[in-house]
Write a protein that binds this ligand. Structure first.
Ligand code: ARG
Length: 477
């Protein structure tokens, strides 16, 4: 807020807009109060829409010329000026000025400085309302594409880690209690599935948002003979939006992207939490290199999984952003209201946090070194093959599952009292519970046998895990 000359005083006799004059200054006689400017200004954050704004203006100017709304000379001047602005932005020399409020008016004001009055023709048949709806939609669409790519990278990192560990035993948990043995590869592949759905949510959101609002103008459309199909096509949209009011009024495309982002962050936080748990000396299932851990300033023995903890926490920002924008949009009457300027900061913050988290998680997954002996030992602890014993009783002795469950419970109790696990329980002890039990039962009581037996589609057996790895490799290639 450096310019303290009155915008309204910078007008010529014929009312032509002058550099430094607020663009809507025609009907105003005094300068906005400083506080008004302070609350109104958005250039500090919507400068991130600069490249989208330029793309929209280029397509709009080309269409106006093609439709005979502006002359070829004016279009050429506008395109040249927009190119110069793009170069200034790239070089870091573009003057982002608070007195021009937002990115749209900053670009237009600079264009006027560079090419003169022809700049004033660019805004024909357009309003900042459809302009911002377009810019923001383009930004969110790009963010969805970037995020989709990052999710694929993370899935590839998980696949690369899962493949050599398709048969590496680890305990599977429910209630964070040892439940049944699985493999480390199988566990990682669970996240490949989750992140796959996340990617498809972004793809779905993208498809729905892929309609171009440009040409809705302020809210009611334009009296000029514009070609909305042409601008939509030029900007890579499937077509134009079909209702001008809706075009400038809704931000559901951003809400949907934020919802997808929040769900993805939930998945990231769960994996992050598992890494935190696995890293504890008590579990000791994995090791992370110094690249993704930090030491303590006072306790020399510590190796803290800070990156995982921060990823675990980021979901708060994501959900906060989704909540923030939901509340901004709630109850707004048709069509545009300035409230909607508050759509950008939460969305930018959310995607910044998500993109950083996805990158850090991909790096951390690549860095993970499973400690196979620790995981195998834990996989056999806690009577984790109890279900296998029950299943054997059903299969081999034709026992109803409920009865088998009961006999197995008694076997676990016996093993507990003898201080051994199920596979080292003497056959005589098992036969005391059920006379028909044979030595064949021991074939299913080790974690490796248990895992190998789970050949049902999507199950934990190494062959099933490898089949899923192959399917995903194919899908991601
Ligand atoms: N900076 C505004 C925003 O982000 C641009 C649209 C302003 N439109 C208006 N009628 N004041 O929403």
């Amino acid at each position: 807020m450096t310019d303290n000359s009155s915008p309204a005083s910078k007008k010529t006799q014929d009312g032509q807009a002058q550099p430094g004059q607020a663009m809507w200054g025609g009907r105003f006689t005094s300068k906005p109060a400083e506080l008004m400017q302070a609350i109104n200004v958005s250039i500090g954050f919507d400068k991130r829409l600069a490249s989208q704004d330029l793309a929209g203006s280029r397509a709009h100017a080309a269409m106006l010329r093609k439709q005979g709304v502006i002359s070829s000379e004016d279009e050429a001047a506008i395109q040249g000026g927009l190119q110069a602005i793009e170069a200034e932005i790239a070089a870091g020399t573009f003057p982002f000025r608070d007195e021009y409020e937002d990115i749209h008016m900053n670009v237009e004001a600079r264009l006027r400085e560079l090419i003169g009055p022809a700049a004033g023709r660019l805004h024909t048949a357009r309003s900042r309302n459809d302009q911002v709806a377009l810019d923001f939609r383009l930004w969110v669409r790009e963010a969805c594409d970037r995020t989709g790519g990052q999710i694929r990278d993370l899935q590839s990192a998980l696949l690369a880690k899962a493949e050599p560990h398709a048969a590496t035993l680890m305990p599977g948990f429910t209630h964070l209690q040892p439940a049944q043995p699985v493999t480390f590869g199988h566990h990682l592949m669970a996240y490949v599935e989750m992140f796959g759905r996340d990617a498809s949510r972004f793809a779905d959101a993208r498809a729905r948002m892929n309609e171009c609002p440009l040409g809705a103008a302020a809210l009611a459309g334009s009296p000029f003979p514009i070609d909305r199909h042409a601008t939509a096509q030029a900007l890579g949209f499937a077509g134009p939006t079909a209702n001008s009011l809706d075009s400038v009024a809704d931000r559901d495309f951003a809400l949907e992207a934020l919802a997808a982002a929040t769900i993805c962050a939930v998945h990231l936080s769960r994996l992050a939490e598992e890494i935190v748990i696995w890293m504890t000396p008590q579990f000791g299932f994995v090791k992370l290199s110094d690249a993704f851990t930090t030491g303590s300033s006072i306790m020399p023995q510590k190796k803290n999984p800070d990156a995982a903890e921060l990823i675990r926490a980021k979901v708060g920002r994501l959900l906060g952003s989704f909540t923030q924008l939901t509340v901004v949009m709630k109850g707004l009457p048709m069509t545009y209201s300035k409230d909607m300027q508050e759509d950008k900061v939460p969305t930018f913050e959310a995607f910044d946090a998500l993109e950083l988290s996805l990158a850090a998680m991909a790096g951390m997954v690549a860095d993970l070194e499973p400690v196979a002996e620790k995981m195998a030992a834990a996989a056999g602890a806690g009577y984790s093959t109890a279900t296998d014993l029950a299943d054997w009783l059903v299969r081999e002795l034709d026992m109803p599952f409920r009865d088998a469950h009961h006999v197995t419970g008694a076997a676990v109790k016996k093993a507990e009292s003898l201080g051994c696990d199920l596979s080292s329980l003497p056959l005589s002890e098992l036969q005391a519970l059920e006379t028909r039990i044979t030595a064949g039962v021991f074939d299913v009581l080790t974690p490796a046998a248990s895992v190998a037996s789970r050949k049902s589609y999507g199950g934990a057996s190494p062959e099933q895990v490898r089949a899923q790895i192959a399917r995903w490799k194919e899908k991601l290639s």
